[in-house]
Design a protein around this ligand. Structure first.
Ligand code: NAD
Ligand code: TDX
Length: 354
């Protein structure tokens, strides 16, 4: 039996990873450790919460005494580490929590794994989930490969870069069996509506202005979240210790094109005539500070070594996503009551007024 710790499993990507592992591996014991910050929500896991191979533990990766106790009690064979502060705009507003959770929290987990495994690494694995943003920004040409030098620009990406360095250092120094993947932008069900795609869908539903930073020409490489979860499953089981794998959607889109397509699909599914009317809601607003121009991933390594490629087309993935948000307005209401309103006002009120 494998005992696996998944951190951040109540968040967006983590909940898809937990769901996949709980369903796919009935013989494993899956422990989901999550602090339940504003971004974590147990509603994301309702369909697996009673599974016999699953357990939720509420806790903070910044609390080493708690982690030590948990590791000694559960004796994990593997860690899949997703817990993080994940939103770039919040990191610009207040970087401290990003340093604490993303850097120090990751080091705490590495220390807990090292303490438990104590040099006996047979059958053990520490898998750190990271982002393509550590590589910085591309111009109009080129792709990020695993060899691209790190060049983070936002406090978020700097904290993720620092955590990646610590993970590799623990591999090199102590022989910890680490593996890292760096993925491009994810989208799909259960994404918190601070991120571009769910925020846009919510505003279309409510007929509110849609804030597009700058001229909307920045480019992101979008991947459907279940395809990312599948890649994580593959890397956890078959990736080589000490290696890094880039994961991407081979799907570069300008922000303005993403938003316009969302207007068309959402209007169509809502029966608003003619589809695309909601484009009237688009507002070009003050740009994000240090806004990275373009991200795009070269996926050849994971394709050639592990046979992985994204499965979900952009059109299919976006339609599934919009349909999910339209069918889950209770979830959307629940996660956007209270603190979300304050966040939204703080981030967007001035931008949308000027
Ligand atoms: P998210 O913000 O939706 O979820 C993060 C989860 O971590 C939440 O459930 C939160 O409660 C939990 N958490 C935060 N601080 C914690 C702490 N101190 N202790 C325990 N739990 C804590 O994030 P996401 O978008 O699902 O991203 C998950 C991981 O994937 C992150 O490491 C992120 O850097 C990485 N990533 C995200 C994307 C993307 O497009 N969203 C792309 C590439 C990589
Ligand atoms: O209101 C908005 N208007 C807008 O134009 C928001 C929230 C975003 N944007 C732009 C900024 C980006 O160019 O849309 C693009 C996507 O923005 P986000 O959804 O905030 O994602 P991004 O900053 O690209 O980072 C994401 O991908 C990499 C995730 O949030 C990270 O966790 C992940 O590591």
């Amino acid at each position: 039996m494998k005992k696996i710790l998944i951190t951040g499993g109540a968040g967006f990507i983590g909940s898809h990873v937990v769901r996949r592992f709980v369903r796919q591996y009935p013989g494993y014991r899956i422990v989901n450790l999550d602090k339940l910050t504003y971004a974590g929500n147990l509603l994301n896991l309702r369909d697996v919460e009673n599974a016999p191979n699953y357990r939720f533990v509420r806790g903070d990766i910044n609390d080493f005494a708690f982690l030590k106790d948990l590791f000694l009690r559960e004796r994990f064979d593997g860690v899949i580490h997703l817990a993080a502060e994940s939103h770039v705009d919040r990191s610009i507003d207040n970087p401290d929590a990003f340093v604490r959770t993303n850097v120090l929290g990751t080091v705490n987990l590495l220390n807990a794994a090292r303490m438990l495994w104590n040099g006996n690494y047979e059958g053990k694995r520490f898998y750190h989930i990271s982002t393509d943003e550590v590589y910085g920004a591309l111009g109009n040409e080129g792709l990020f490969t695993e060899q691209t030098p790190y060049d983070p620009h936002s406090p978020y990406s700097a904290s993720k870069a620092a955590s990646d360095h610590f993970v590799r250092a623990y591999g090199d120094t102590y022989g910890l069996p680490v593996v890292i993947s760096n993925c491009s932008n994810n989208y799909g069900p259960y994404q918190f509506p601070e991120k571009l795609i769910p925020l846009t869908i919510r505003n279309i539903i409510r007929r509110q202005p849609i804030p597009v930073y700058g001229r909307g020409e920045n480019v992101r490489d979008w991947l459907y979240v279940e395809d990312h979860a599948q890649a994580i499953d593959l890397i956890f089981h078959r990736g080589q210790a000490g290696e890094t794998y880039n994961i991407g959607g081979n799907n570069e889109q300008r922000n303005i094109d993403v938003v316009e397509k969302l207007c068309e699909i959402t209007d169509e599914l809502l029966g608003r005539q003619p589809a695309g009317t909601s484009k009237e809601l688009i507002r070009f607003v003050r740009d994000r500070a240090g806004h990275d121009w373009r991200y795009a991933i070269d996926t050849s390594k994971i394709k050639q070594t592990l046979g992985w490629a994204p499965r979900t087309s952009w059109d299919e993935g976006l339609r599934k996503t919009v349909r999910w948000y339209l069918e889950n307005t209770d979830w959307l209401e629940a996660v956007t009551s209270g603190a979300y309103r304050d966040y939204y006002d703080k981030m967007y009120k001035n931008r949308l007024q000027s």
